[in-house]
Design a protein around this ligand. Structure first.
Ligand code: NDP
Length: 242
């Protein structure tokens, strides 16, 4: 029985990941600042949720420790982490408030690093072997007007992926990124109708992505089949960056 921790599982892609992993038989722990009805509906013996805020290092540690204890008590081995929690804040950089920059970098990058560090301590103590998947974004690879801080945070995550893959590879732990294109979730709700039309027009597969497009790719990277893949960023974007 394998236990995977997914941050930000209350809605959007994170919720899709939690559902997919539960369906595959994993034990799943997740966190968010607030609970959600959708997550409460999934309630069951293989699902653990605790409130945590990625901008508060202590609450991240409390969440991972509680999740690890819950897994051990249930007889499941901690196997992986999906760093999914994230926020996007839009605005041109020249007038972008420092507080917004801090929130984006703290949530998307520093929070992910702290979560990875805490999970890694458990994986290493167990003797190694495991998976870390960071959810970055094509915005981190290509950029997008009005999303400079977000883009920097996601490029940072890809850097974390490459460096950590080298650091822990010998211990049987793989570290990869999945970089989705534009997904139809609450986060993309701020896109204007014209921006959405433009994205669809530029996407060879002719639509925005969904959690269901990304979830199987993450599940693959968590699986034994992906044992020899590490330090990579897999783009799942309907071809828009192709
Ligand atoms: P949503 O806004 O739909 O969901 C974000 C999730 O993260 C929620 O569960 C939210 O819960 C949680 N979260 C946000 N901030 C924090 C925090 N400070 N502490 C703990 N949890 C937090 O986003 P998506 O599902 O669209 O995005 C998921 C990931 O995919 C993100 O990393 C995003 O950058 C990435 N991505 C999204 C794309 C898109 O087009 N939507 C495209 C490419 C990548 P709560 O608010 O209760 O804390």
């Amino acid at each position: 029985m394998r236990h995977v921790i997914v941050t930000g599982g209350s809605r959007g892609l994170g919720l899709g990941l939690v559902e997919g992993l539960l369906a595959e038989g994993y034990w799943v722990s997740t966190c968010s600042r607030r609970p959600s009805d959708e997550l409460q509906h999934l309630h069951g013996p293989r699902l653990f949720w605790q409130a945590a805020d990625m901008t508060d290092g202590d609450s991240v540690i409390r969440f991972v420790e509680a999740a690890a204890t819950w897994g051990v008590e249930g007889g499941a081995t901690l196997w992986g982490l999906v760093n999914n929690a994230g926020i996007a804040r839009e605005g041109i950089l020249a007038t972008f408030p420092d507080a917004e920059t801090a929130a984006v970098i703290q949530t998307n990058l520093v929070g992910a690093i702290q979560t990875a560090r805490t999970v890694l301590r458990h994986l290493l103590r167990q003797g190694g072997a495991g998976r870390i998947v960071n959810i970055s974004s094509i915005i981190g690879l290509r950029g997008y007007t009005g999303l400079a801080a977000y883009s920097a945070s996601k490029a940072g995550l890809d850097g974390l992926t490459r460096a950590l893959a080298r650091e822990v590879g010998r211990r049987g732990i793989t570290v990869n990124s999945v970089a989705p294109g534009y997904l139809d979730t609450e986060m993309s709700g701020t896109l204007s109708a014209e921006q959405r039309r433009q994205i669809v027009r530029r996407t060879p597969l002719g639509r925005l992505g969904t959690a269901a497009d990304v979830e199987p790719v993450v599940r693959f990277l968590l699986s034994d089949a992906a044992a020899f893949i590490t330090g990579q960023t897999l783009v799942v974007d309907g071809g828009i960056t192709g």
